[in-house]
Design a protein around this ligand. Structure first.
Ligand SMILES: *Cc1c(COP(=O)(O)O)cnc(C)c1O
Length: 375
């Protein structure tokens, strides 16, 4: 690691912050109201305008998923269909409710949920389906909604990668059952940590608003007017999941810069596509008119030593990632299925290349050339 400090490392992902975010945080600090108040309210209003329907902010994307599932009535004895190739956050949010995540396969073309496989996993206990919008792609989302309707399932979209993506002319989050986003430090926009739940289901909205504040009923309105509830009822299990004004102040400024971020991510991903097209790497298809790419994942050819490739790239100053280690390989989530074909075959070969809005096209050229040299 010591020698690395001498070369410039292109980071896999990072927060991209301007003076505006720093100024906004200073204002909150000067005002000395750090908890949940007017900045959170403003951020929620801006997000609701962005999506065209109500958004509720919480402390992170995992909490958003957890609250959404809980509000949808998912709990002990229930099963939730989810692709194994996702961040462990998706799984933990399901098991946190007492429900069981049921590991499904992915479509080899998009790495999104394989709906035919999900159909095979359906039981009388299946209560919900959680499609994960891998890298910003949403796969067969229309068919997933059709399937859910047919089998009376709730749909909780893990849209942590898909902030800004458009599907069939509509923004992700702007339609459908319940959509959850993450604003952690490396997502398409950040509020430091953070996340939100977007839905127009009034019952869900009320439940998540209360549950983020320990189940204290109507505390949200009080906090938005600078007060809090001293006398209240609690009727359901809640959590300490609200967002702070410091976080919201960052988020508000990031949202203003989103079109700039989005444009840049698309340019960089298009450049990768062009430079890596005629190699033996498997690329994910993307229609960047609709998709805002969150990560740039590729699949190495069979037989290539991934860790060797990654360490050679790091020596050249290119940090890479692995999105993801499958969840059905984890001890906590033993699957009744020993093998999940596509996930098992692609997961050991996935490598993600750097993608963030502070990179240049020259960086992409350097990374692509470096990768071609080492495979
Ligand atoms: C980031 C992420 C989450 C969770 O978000 P946090 O804000 O980190 O809790 C969930 N699912 C996926 C696919 C993610 O990438």
């Amino acid at each position: 690691m010591e020698s690395l400090s001498k070369i410039k490392v292109i980071r896999l992902s990072k927060s991209c912050l301007s003076d505006n975010e720093k100024q906004a945080v200073m204002e909150v600090l000067n005002h000395e109201h750090l908890g949940m108040g007017s900045e959170v309210q403003q951020f929620e209003e801006a997000l609701s305008e962005f999506f065209g329907r109500p958004a509720v902010c919480v402390v992170n994307g995992t909490a958003a998923l957890h609250l959404a599932l809980q509000a949808a009535g998912v709990g002990a004895g229930d099963e939730v269909l989810v692709q194994s190739l996702t961040y462990v956050a998706s799984y933990q949010s399901i098991s946190a409710t007492g429900a069981t995540p049921v590991s499904c396969d992915i479509d080899p073309k998009t790495f999104c949920l394989d709906l035919q496989d999900a159909e095979r996993c359906l039981t009388k206990n299946t209560k919900a389906i959680m499609p994960v919008h891998y890298s910003g792609n949403v796969g067969e989302l229309d068919k997933i909604y059709f399937f859910a309707k047919k089998h009376n399932l709730r749909v909780i979209e893990d849209a942590a990668h898909a902030f800004g993506t458009v599907f069939q002319g509509k923004k992700i989050g702007g339609f459908g059952d319940i959509t959850c986003f993450s604003f952690d430090g490396i997502k398409n926009i950040t509020s430091g940590e953070g996340g939100c739940i977007v839905t127009d289901d009034k019952e869900i909205l009320e439940k998540v608003c209360n549950a983020r504040l320990l189940g204290v009923e109507k505390d949200t309105e009080k906090r938005f007017s600078g007060e809090r509830s001293w006398s209240f009822d609690v009727t359901a299990q809640g959590w300490r999941y609200h967002m702070s004004n410091i976080m919201a102040a960052i988020g508000i400024e990031q949202l203003k810069r989103f079109s700039e971020f989005s444009k840049k991510r698309k340019i960089l991903a298009k450049k990768y596509d062009k430079l890596l097209l005629n190699t033996n790497l498997k690329l994910l298809p993307s229609d960047y008119d609709e998709v805002v790419p969150h990560i740039y994942s590729t699949c190495l050819p069979e037989g290539v030593d991934r860790e060797l490739v990654r360490s050679k790239l790091l020596k050249k100053g290119v940090q890479t990632g692995v999105h993801y280690q499958p969840n059905h390989w984890l001890s906590l989530y033993p699957s009744s299925r020993k093998e999940i074909n596509t996930v098992d075959s692609v997961a050991p070969r996935i490598v993600s290349l750097p993608l963030h809005a502070d990179m240049s096209v020259t960086d992409v050229e350097f990374i692509s050339n470096s990768l071609k040299e080492v495979i």
